[in-house]
Design a protein around this ligand. Sequence first.
Ligand code: GLN
Length: 577
Amino acid sequence: MAAEDSCGILSSLSNKSSDHEFYTPVPKGYEAGRTKYLVITGSVISGVGKGIFTSSMGALLEAAGLKVEPIKFDGYLNQDAGTLNPYRHGEVFVLDDGAETDMDLGTYERFLDKNLSKQNYLTGGKIFNTVLSKERKGEYLGRDVQFIPHVTGEIKAFVRECANNTKSDVVLIEVGGTVGDLENGYFMEAMRQLQYEEGRQNVIFANVTYAFNPSSLGEYKSKPAQSGIRTLMSLGVQPEIVVVRASGEVGEKVREKISIYSNVPIERVVSLPDASSIYEVPIMLHEKGLDKAVLDLLGIKRAPAVRTEAAMRRWEDFCEALAKPTKSVKIGITGKYTEVKDSYASIMQAIEHSRAKAGCKVELVWIETSKLGQKSTDAEVAKILDGVNGIIVPGGFGSRGTEGKIKCIEFARKNRMPYLGLCYGMQMAVVEFCRNVLGLSKANSTEIDPDTPDMVIDILPEQKKIEGLGGNMRLGGKDIELAKGSVAAELYGKLKIRERFRHRYEVNPEYIERIQKAGMVFSGKAPNQPIMQVVEIPSHPFFVGTQFHPELSSRPFTPNPLFLGFVKACLEHAKKA
Ligand code: GLN
């Protein structure tokens, strides 16, 4: 190994100007070697658990006593995930600082049990925006602006900025997509350079690949994985770890083949079969010694094993709590994106965390509400909701299926079935109440019917002047004041909470008094603003709607209190049924 390879060449590069081929902007105070990097790439196919692998490795490194920070690169040209259709791309995960990100950030937050921020997420659109604005400001004056060194330079700067600000021991970087994609090529190249500059003992690569088992053969084939890893190597990247995802455990022979083709020792070619719960993955990786391998490769001294063992026991207990229960409840989720479960990933996770604590299994029933309309009879609605113990109406935009959602809410309210309305689901609950209890038969949200005589849900005053649709909703974590004695206050166990928002519409303050008089209570408010954040019906066993998204703050060991309360109420409902 050359001398510069073992200690990195970064120190000789600092202060190189933007017209130099070695140009790489380095943040003030950055110390090469202080933070180590694990770069996670994918091959063969995407969507087989790179995000879960990254999160699980993060959890294991944290269990070893290290300060860990994840970063996700997404190659698309949107500046954030806010303008992406969840039907195509999975849910938009909103961070406390208001960043609209990829659903992987949700997985990171849940496994690492901490809040992330915009410094953990970078898209192609954002990086190009940075480079193009710098060019207009004349920061690269006299120079042709190129992918190398300028685009790659900004990507490395983003990563080092994050390491510097967070003083992390390890930064895990997940490159979205698979190797060989045009979209992520410049991210891959930037990571290759990062290793060159920081040294091989400070930056290592893992590749998450996939082995197929064609039913006509009945055995796992490694060829696509070999080719995928070869593509990575052709980009100048030598992985140190290969994770072989597959439906089942792949055998020694397949691992040997991958090992010989990729120069990765067989003990670091690890089989990772489908698990019954994603939360088993940290345990599986620990059993296969991957945490130890990463620490050894990065030259990090391990914390006493007892710390790791305590953390592992916590995951094991959680997985046991998921596997043990025999009682089951049925939860109906209404939604536009009924066939794409990724659109509701955080809701499903919040239910998972809650059911572990409540001690039950949950069967999800997806309710396609566009089949129901204003004219649907009670019997038709009852048939669709047959056997369901509780209903969630999740967030949404636009008008498709709304009349059906309102019908389901009416059914839940009248039949004392637990109801949880999330953002749009809260707004629809208010519309339903105004129509059927206050008798305002045409009440609506102006998002759905701009000409309604009773605009019970209307655009936020601050949103009226906004033009365009990128990153400008009422976004991110905000404080909420809960009313003493309310269901929400009881469940949270406190009167001041913080949750995350993503909306443009709100309850029209002009209707609040009338609604409250008729028995629906606004139990959560924004401090110093007349924005209603929680509604509930005290005379109902469980009827709660939130303007925020409680699912975003739920964590395995601390389920969101409203979800936990809802699942428990569903259990009660099931007992009576
Ligand atoms: N469309 C509604 C609004 O903008 C609800 C948004 C949501 O459910 N996230 O207010």
